[in-house]
Design a binder for this molecule. Structure first.
Ligand code: FE2
Length: 440
């Protein structure tokens, strides 16, 4: 006896009308006709030709800052640097319980949207490591619902930040604070080389942090070249250091926005280096289009990294949400389809394959970046999935489709009624389902 049988589901890889059988927490079979051959199940769900996707995954977020919009004031210029300054003003005012409350409120939103895995950076430039303690607690508490992976992120620069600025009695360096966060259980090594004082210091920070990861057997995810300065080339160092340390497949460069402004000849050499180094990339479309180009008059640069070119070169490239209602961004709602839709537009990925790549960039690809186990709609994988009011990935992005059901380990944890309208027009259907309003 199966625990759950979902029938007539379309999958993101293009398979149509398959059945998905679940026993306990795992998928045991994915094939057409499981129901037709009479398989018994405790619960059956008719997907009705709709898209059953593995959960959305956000490869880049800041859960310690989320939902703090307006505290202690609003970012007037909208720039990255004012956002960092504003976060610096907010940090001394943070409260352990308030961080937890805001983070868990965000996790509620995430679950409702089918976002069941998040990699969140957590600021370690704080002698108290208050946000680290809080988010470690959140990671444990939300585990039944979503996977929260934490990155030890030195927001003020691992070489630039002096902890004695905030606590004259502190005897630790910023690097020691970062290592302490890792000792406490933070999962991934972060960095921010473009925020160090010089290019040389930025490169040195990359080397130091890659060594920490190699010594501890951890993954790396650095904020890298989040600037419009085409000479910000820390991704080159990150790729080279990844090879030196033998960390291929375990290192990610986040943002990489300077690549938007780089000379094409240099990029033709850089992207193959990234690909050969096994380094993945995460663009953050909502934030990049909002924050980059702020020093431009007109024409204004879009600022997002070269997503289609990275994908064409074989670099795993994901989209992250980065910020929701925090010092850097006043909007957002944990909706990774909104993120995919913005990425699609900014990168002009309007071909059928391009749009499908954008869906993969908020599902399958970031799952690989995080190294999630048991991810996917396939036998042996966890029974974690989202049923969308859409027939395929392109329609899901176009409609920012309603999440009809969200399952975690075979258990329904969120549901939303289908979006329909009731009309009374002669010779027209009385109920309009948005999914079926398709051209052609
Ligand atoms: Fe970020």
């Amino acid at each position: 006896m199966l625990d759950l049988l979902i029938t007539d589901a379309n999958l993101p890889d293009g398979r149509l009308g398959v059945d998905v059988a679940v026993a306990g927490e795992r998928i045991v079979e994915v094939a057409p006709g499981i129901a037709a051959r009479g398989a018994a199940a405790v619960e059956r769900v008719d997907a009705g030709g709709r898209l059953l996707s593995p959960p959305f995954v956000d490869a880049h977020f800041h859960m310690d800052a989320t939902l703090s919009y307006g505290l202690p004031r609003i970012n007037a210029s909208g720039t990255l640097l004012e956002g960092i300054a504003l976060w610096g003003e907010l940090k001394p005012l943070l409260d352990h319980q308030a961080i937890i409350d805001r983070a868990i409120a965000y996790c509620d939103w995430a679950v409702a949207r089918g976002l069941l895995a998040i990699r969140s950076h957590v600021d370690v430039c704080d002698p108290r490591l208050m946000a680290v303690e809080a988010l470690l607690e959140v990671r444990d508490r939300v585990k039944p619902y979503l996977d929260l992976q934490l990155v030890a992120f030195p927001q003020d620069g691992v070489l630039r930040y002096d902890p004695r600025r905030d606590d004259p009695g502190c005897r630790l360096t910023a690097l020691q604070l970062l290592e302490k966060a890792l000792d406490m259980g933070v999962d991934v090594v972060g960095g921010i080389p473009h925020f160090e004082r010089t290019m040389a210091a930025g490169a040195e920070s990359v080397r130091l942090l890659v060594d920490v990861a190699a010594r501890r057997g951890l993954r790396v995810d650095m904020h890298c070249d989040e600037t419009d300065d085409p000479m910000s080339r820390h991704i080159e160092t990150l790729a080279a250091e990844t090879r030196r340390a033998g960390l291929q497949g375990r290192v990610n460069g986040s943002h990489l926005t300077s690549m938007h402004s780089m000379d094409n000849y240099y990029v033709s050499k850089l992207i193959p280096l990234i690909a050969e180094s096994g380094v993945s990339a995460v663009a953050n479309p909502l934030i990049n289009i909002t924050i980059q180009g702020r020093h431009d008059t007109y024409p204004k640069r879009r600022g997002m990294t070269r997503v289609p070119e990275l994908i064409a070169a074989g670099v795993p490239t994901a989209f992250g949400h980065d910020c929701v209602m925090d010092p850097w961004y006043s909007l957002g709602s944990a909706d990774m389809l909104e993120v995919a839709q913005m990425g699609l537009h900014v990168a002009q990925m309007t071909s059928q394959q391009g749009m499908r790549d954008c869906f993969d960039a908020v599902t399958r690809v970031p799952a690989g970046v995080l190294g999630l186990d048991g991810y996917g709609v396939a036998p042996g994988c966890f029974a974690d999935f989202v049923l969308l009011q859409a027939a395929d990935p392109v329609e899901a992005i176009r409609l920012r489709a309603t999440r009809l059901g969200v399952w975690r380990r075979g258990r329904l944890i969120a549901s939303t009624p289908a979006q329909t309208a009731q009309l009374r027009l002669a010779s027209r259907p009385s109920q309009v389902d948005f999914q079926h309003h398709r051209a052609g």
